[in-house]
Ligand binder design. Structure first.
Ligand SMILES: Cc1cc2nc3c(=O)[nH]c(=O)nc-3n(C[C@H](O)[C@H](O)[C@H](O)COP(=O)(O)OP(=O)(O)OC[C@H]3O[C@@H](n4cnc5c(N)ncnc54)[C@H](O)[C@@H]3O)c2cc1C
Length: 391
């Protein structure tokens, strides 16, 4: 067993760390201050990170990208997320979108997305699953209840499908130049047997980007409503066979799960770094608070949990690269990482004392970002429910 990163992984790790600390951290702090409802998307940072290679990193070599392994992606995402999980998510969400597409699309369909993505550093990919009435239901196989799951309807009409309905919380909905939309082609059966994937290239007649959701954290990583009013999609833009979308995606589910886990780990590390540096500087009772036993013990507990989460994540990522991954490990790791993250963020705020909740101190942002991860890459409850059958 070898836990040593390769020279290439180490140099990518350093590159990501430098970009995260020197450029992302200060610029995102400023962008975040823009008022609610205003566009805070980090266009300039995303472009500069693309010039360093982060846009193409997770795209397989066979499709013109850099073909980083899942483990390498996780190492880079952890680093980038210490600077800004919002900017990091832009890249990793796009890689996830491409991995999902490769699993289901034809070569002709891929040729309409991936080359354009690689050429354009601001090409973003939307993955439109969640709806106002269907969140966790889109991930859980409620086999007896056809009412559960996506309601966005797609009705065949000659050589096209007509889509009506809406999606909500869709990452980069306004920035996306390509969107994979999950629509219901058969409402008489459970959604796992009646959902079809469609390619949408905005702008598209009848397709509208709705409200921008104002979140407390990850404020530079936007989510939008997407509205479909008689959106006509040609049959050539259907992904795979009608009603069979879910089967095609199974092979990439674990990639999406570890991606959110690596994001969690990066924010958790930022929480630890902030807690440690403050505890070394802040003097109470005549000595730095790190020298008070209770604070020292708290920091050691944070260190232990962080290392445990990273070790498990690396193992989950490695097992995907080796083709031996199972849902249980990837999902259990995400649950552990999100619990670790929220433990770390709360402890960091605690160690910072009253300063911890002040807006001009950096630690409150970590706390606001941390709670977002409960809902990304599936909720803890959904991950537990989906891991259980594999015990
Ligand atoms: C920052 C962010 C980015 C996002 N990006 C995207 C995106 O790009 N595309 C997209 O499609 N969606 C996206 N989402 C939406 C996300 O996938 C959903 O929020 C998530 O799936 C949960 O759905 P929900 O919010 O409807 O919660 P609900 O499904 O209503 O769940 C509420 C609570 O009930 C629990 N629960 C639900 N059902 C069960 C059950 N059967 N058993 C036990 N507990 C249960 C859940 O775990 C949760 O704790 C994003 C969300 C956020 C916050």
């Amino acid at each position: 067993m070898d836990f040593e990163l390769s020279e290439e992984q180490k140099s990518l790790q350093l590159l990501a760390r430098k970009f995260a600390m020197e450029e992302m951290l200060p610029e995102v702090a400023e962008l975040e201050k823009r008022p609610d409802g205003e566009d805070k998307f980090p266009y300039d940072l995303v472009k500069r990170g693309a010039a360093l290679g982060f846009h193409s990193l997770g795209v397989p070599e066979a499709h013109g990208g850099d073909g980083a392994s899942v483990l390498t992606q996780c190492v880079v995402v952890e680093e980038l997320s210490t600077g800004s999980p919002a900017v990091s998510k832009v890249y990793s969400h796009n890689w996830k979108g491409i991995a999902g597409l490769i699993a289901v699309a034809t070569p002709e369909q891929l040729a309409r997305v991936i080359p354009a993505y690689l050429e354009d550093p601001l090409y973003c990919i939307g993955i439109a699953i969640t709806e106002p009435g269907a969140g966790s239901d889109n991930a859980l196989p409620f086999d007896a209840d056809p009412a559960a799951g996506p309601a966005l309807s797609a009705v065949r009409d000659g050589d096209s499908y007509v889509l009506n309905g809406m999606k909500q919380f869709i990452a980069m909905g306004a920035q996306a130049k390509y969107v994979t939309a999950f629509a219901r082609t058969d409402r008489s059966v459970p959604w796992t047997k009646g959902v079809t994937g469609f390619m949408i290239f905005p702008p598209h007649e009848g397709f509208e980007v709705g409200r921008l959701h104002d979140k407390v954290g990850l404020r530079c990583y936007p989510q939008h409503d997407l509205i479909f009013r008689d959106v006509r999609v040609p049959v050539e833009d259907r992904l795979g066979e009608e009603d069979r979308f879910q089967e095609g995606r199974k092979s990439v589910v674990n990639v999406g799960t570890v991606e959110a886990t690596a994001t969690s780990l990066g924010i958790a590390r930022r929480a630890y770094d902030l807690a440690l540096s403050y505890a070394r500087e802040r003097v109470q009772g005549g000595k730095p608070i790190i020298e008070h036993d209770l604070i020292g013990a708290l920091l050691l507990e944070m260190f232990t949990r962080l290392e445990a989460a990273r070790t498990l994540l690396w193992r989950a990522a490695w097992s995907i690269d080796e083709g031996v991954s199972d849902q249980k490990l990837a999902r259990a790791t995400k649950v552990l990482a999100v619990e670790t993250l929220n433990y770390m963020a709360t402890r960091a705020v605690e160690i910072w004392g009253g300063m911890g909740v002040m807006k001009d101190a950096p630690v409150e942002k970590v706390y606001r970002d941390a709670i977002q991860l409960y809902h990304m890459g599936n909720t803890n409850q959904v991950n537990v429910l989906k891991a259980l059958p594999h015990l």
